[in-house]
Design a protein around this ligand. Structure first.
Ligand SMILES: [Zn+2]
Length: 528
């Protein structure tokens, strides 16, 4: 492969993606996303801003040994009026466990004057000092040239001067940022062609925002005129209208151009899964019409299209959906779904015959129509399979539960909201009735269940519910919403598992997810 055609992918989901309204990642979310990105094979994973907040500090203190990706810290150039080695922000970056550091710095004279209120020369010194400092500390340096395209339109000489100064201070990549996202593809190519007269294009990168829905188009345009580094996020996450969507850009590069990335065709098949995992983490359904990975990306609704696709899929599909781990949505018991199921069964070392596989496929389809989703709830998926082939018997049966919520003022005049749950169970031929108190109804049910079960199953002692997510699914039938609950659990073996429950009632959906969580724990502990 020609080295000149290699495109370096820089993922900024954990930093720029986190700027999305309503999104905040926990450390364990960040670990899950980073692991997926490393498996996929992006060149750089920007982990966040060490020194800026507790979650990022915690994340940067973890043992993050990636196989393919370079772990990258983000920050900004030294503050005005300070030396680089005296700048606490820069030192937090230099002392982090990331060997690559991406610094955002101004490149627009307008922003230098109005946002920073400093002289143009001081900004140039800030760039020089900061990047030289990183170089002295043996860090690979990346310059995110903030507001570059707007700055170029406003004062071309100064914008290019900033790039030049950074280049001379030893940066590996100069990333041209369309920070406000208002630049159109033709402007991107015109401006980059001008920049190339001063900066070698193999040093250039692009960071585009999606405010004119050209985030991906602008990245592709920049690549076509010589840029070799692209920043973006999974599912196009990011503030306002988001960033370049890597989930759309990557398959276009890999499958449709002569450029190549670290991501080979085998890894490309995990794209749909990564996209779904992120949607699960931020608890927001992905748009069904998402290119490549959306539920409808390869759906064919009836009539002519469907019958043509049945004869030859290329009649109405631009690529084979399996290439990105997606599947076609028209033919019953389709091959992709079956292949996915078989590979998941292999992972679990479950061996079943063809007829059972078809039955399970039908069962999954039925459950998904009811609102279940197993993309992230792998423990519930495993239980579904094992139950349907008779490998799991219920460890207990719930006869009934009753929950009451109370909002009151206590004797000290303090507002108290608590819940009480009563459960009636049958465990090992005994009837049990217990009452649990909690700060909410789910907590109270969980507490009552544990009291009823702990003497029969002491291994439940270390079970912890660590995360709880609720999604309201609109009902096509207009008979009221369906609720889907995901629960993440862990135990002292540091095992994590996720289960799902669905019901028209949120408490019942939660109970179903807890029931699966307990069953999964017992199955694993009692079958060793
Ligand atoms: Zn950005």
């Amino acid at each position: 492969m020609n080295n000149e055609n290699k495109i370096y992918l820089f993922d900024t989901t954990l930093r720029d993606g986190q700027q999305t309204t309503g999104v905040s990642f926990s450390v364990s979310d960040k670990m899950t996303i980073a692991k997926g990105l490393d498996d996929l094979g992006v060149d750089y994973i920007e982990g966040g801003w060490p020194g800026a907040n507790p979650v990022d500090n915690d994340f940067f203190s973890r043992d993050l040994s990636f196989t393919t990706s370079k772990f990258t810290a983000f920050g900004m150039t030294r503050r005005p009026g300070r030396s680089a080695d005296n700048d606490p922000g820069l030192n937090a970056l230099v002392n982090s466990n990331a060997n690559t550091i991406c610094l955002v710095g101004k490149s627009s004279s307008y922003q230098v004057k109005n946002a920073l209120g400093i002289s143009e020369d001081e900004n140039l010194s800030m760039l020089t000092d900061s990047f030289k400092y990183l170089n002295n500390k043996n860090k690979e340096a990346i310059y995110d040239a903030e507001h570059f395209f707007d700055g170029f339109k406003n004062n071309k000489e100064y914008a290019v001067k900033c790039l030049k100064v950074a280049l001379n201070s030893g940066v590996r990549w100069i990333v041209l940022c369309d920070t406000n996202g208002g630049t159109l593809p033709n402007e991107i190519s015109d401006i980059i062609n001008e920049v190339k007269k001063t900066i070698p294009s193999e040093k250039l990168g692009i960071h585009a925002h999606n405010d004119t829905e050209n985030g991906v188009a602008n990245a592709l345009t920049a690549i076509n005129v010589g840029v070799r580094h692209v920043q973006g996020t999974i599912n196009g996450l990011g503030e306002r209208c988001g960033n370049t969507n890597l989930v759309s850009l990557i398959p276009s590069l890999v499958l449709k151009t002569n450029f190549y990335t670290n991501i080979n065709k085998e890894n490309l098949k995990s794209l749909t899964k990564i996209s779904n995992t992120l949607s699960g983490i931020i608890n927001e359904p992905k748009a069904k019409n998402s290119p490549y990975v959306g539920e409808n990306a390869f759906s064919h609704k009836g009539g002519l299209h469907a019958s043509a696709v049945a004869k030859d899929p290329s009649t109405y599909e631009h690529i084979d959906p399996e290439l990105v781990g997606n599947s076609r949505n028209v033919i019953i018991s389709d091959q992709a779904g079956k292949a996915n199921l078989i590979s998941q069964l292999n992972k679990l070392s479950i061996k079943i015959d063809n007829e059972q596989i078809n039955q399970i496929l039908e069962l999954i389809k039925k459950k998904e129509a009811e609102g279940f989703s197993y993309d992230t709830a792998l423990a519930s998926f495993e239980l579904l399979v094992r139950r349907s082939i008779g490998q799991i018997n219920d460890y207990f049966n719930l006869n009934k539960f009753r929950v009451t919520d109370e909002r009151r003022w206590n004797a000290k005049g303090k507002l108290v909201i608590d819940s009480e749950a009563t459960v009636h169970l049958e465990v090992k031929n005994e009837e049990k009735m217990t009452v649990g108190i909690g700060n909410g109804p789910v907590n109270a049910i969980d507490s009552a269940l544990r009291q009823a079960l702990i003497n029969f199953y002491p291994t439940l002692n270390d079970l912890k519910l660590t995360d709880y997510k609720v999604m309201i699914l609109s009902s096509d039938k207009g008979t009221g919403a369906i609720t889907r609950v995901h629960i993440e659990s862990t135990d002292d073996n540091k095992k994590h598992w996720t289960t799902v429950g669905v019901s028209s009632n949120i408490i019942d959906a939660s109970y179903n997810a807890i029931f699966d969580s307990i069953t999964y724990k017992l199955f694993n502990d009692l079958n060793k």
